[in-house]
Design a protein around this ligand. Structure first.
Ligand code: PMP
Length: 367
């Protein structure tokens, strides 16, 4: 059907239900959980005290700590949901082969579920994504195909390669998170719902990095439904084309180092009408703010978290947010993916993002 990926409430032919009941079993995190598949979500919302102070921010600045999911990222939410919905519809069963194009975190989420449920998993990833992700994926038993970047729509693009594999491998299934409606719905049902619960509905701005735009679309829809005046702010790296108005994307379409956000095409599942303001972000700003989240707040997050925070700081100033207002910024993944990258002083210096080592050096003692 034409509305296959649409969540438009007015579209009566849409097969996706519009009032979603969280499909999760009522499990308490204080008790024994049936498996790790019940351990995703319910991530903490933590105040950023030192950063707010050093930036002269008077509103409450809160971080939604998605790096605390079992696989280390926000994508665990969609991995569980996409697999369980495909099982429910009869499209897949344990023993089948699952295939997905991913920048890594959806892959890790899917690998975790595949390991527990007994699926073979093949992931198609760009060569630019960190090798740390490979290590985790291999430990979980996933097979990885690394490919160089190619223009969207060509046969060498990583999404096209994933679709080609699916056609060639018997009993295989591709989720295609860029189109899959359960991506945004997972965030509508869980991430957005949790932010409303944790803030008691008192939230004036949410700031979200955009990749597949599943987080942005799902969280924004849930929050705007209950708090229509809440600002939704999205962050996109320079070199990507997602931001709007389109003039913001002026400048070369180029590669960038931050992982998980930005695209050179518009994902089919993206709602382009729901964002109040977009910010473009340089790699350097994102990485330096990610290091601040780690160093000042003890939040062991990844690079796109820094980009989102940098966007939040700009938005708080542009919207003149002050006392009594509340901004939530989503920190999508964990430091674990980037131990040899922005967390490492030598890498930062090599890329021109840092002039001098920022950290204490290790001292070794021998007898
Ligand atoms: N940050 C990181 C590290 C990610 O892996 C992703 C997912 N690609 C995002 C942000 C963006 O999330 P979404 O795909 O929901 O837009």
């Amino acid at each position: 059907p034409k509305c296959k990926w649409s969540l438009d409430k007015k579209d009566a032919s849409c097969p996706v239900p519009h009032t979603f009941n969280p499909p999760r079993k009522a499990v308490s995190h204080c008790s024994v959980l049936p498996s790790v598949l019940d351990a995703y979500g319910h991530t903490p919302l933590i105040q950023l005290n030192k950063i707010a102070k050093s930036e002269g921010i008077e509103c409450e600045l809160l971080a939604k700590c998605e790096f605390m999911n079992p696989g280390g990222s926000i994508k665990d939410r969609i991995a569980v949901r996409m697999i369980e919905e495909a099982e429910r519809s009869g499209a897949i069963k344990p023993g089948d082969t699952l295939i997905e194009p991913t920048s890594g975190n959806t892959g890790i989420g899917l690998a975790l579920v595949a390991a527990v449920k007994g699926y073979r998993l093949i992931l198609v990833m760009l060569d630019k994504n960190s090798l740390e992700k490979d290590v985790v994926l291999k430990a979980l038993g996933a097979e990885i195909i690394r490919v160089p970047a190619a223009p969207f729509g060509t046969s060498d693009h990583y999404i096209s390669i994933a679709h080609r594999l699916q056609r060639e491998i018997p009993n295989s299934f591709i989720f295609d998170q860029y189109k899959n409606p359960w991506n945004a719905i997972a965030h509508y049902d869980t991430t957005g719902e949790e932010i409303l619960e944790q803030t008691g509905g008192n939230v004036d701005m949410v700031v979200i990095g955009a990749g597949t735009c599943g987080t942005l679309t799902g969280v924004a829809r849930k929050i705007k439904e209950r708090q229509p005046n809440c600002k939704v702010v999205a962050v996109d790296p320079y070199g990507s084309i997602l931001a709007s108005p389109p003039e913001l994307n002026d400048g070369p379409i180029k590669s960038y180092l931050v992982e998980g956000i930005g695209k050179k095409f518009f994902p089919a599942g993206m709602d382009r009408t729901i964002t109040d303001k977009w910010y473009k972000m340089h790699d350097k700003d994102g990485f330096l703010y990610a290091r601040k989240l780690i160093n000042d707040e003890g939040l062991l997050c990844g690079g796109s978290s820094g980009s989102a925070l940098a966007g939040a700081i700009k938005a708080i100033k542009d919207f003149n947010f002050g006392k009594g207002q509340r901004c939530v910024v989503i920190l999508p993944d964990s430091i674990r993916n980037y131990m040899s990258r922005f967390v490492n002083d030598d890498w930062m210096i090599d890329k021109g993002f840092l002039e001098l080592p920022a950290k204490l050096t290790t001292q070794w003692w021998w007898n």
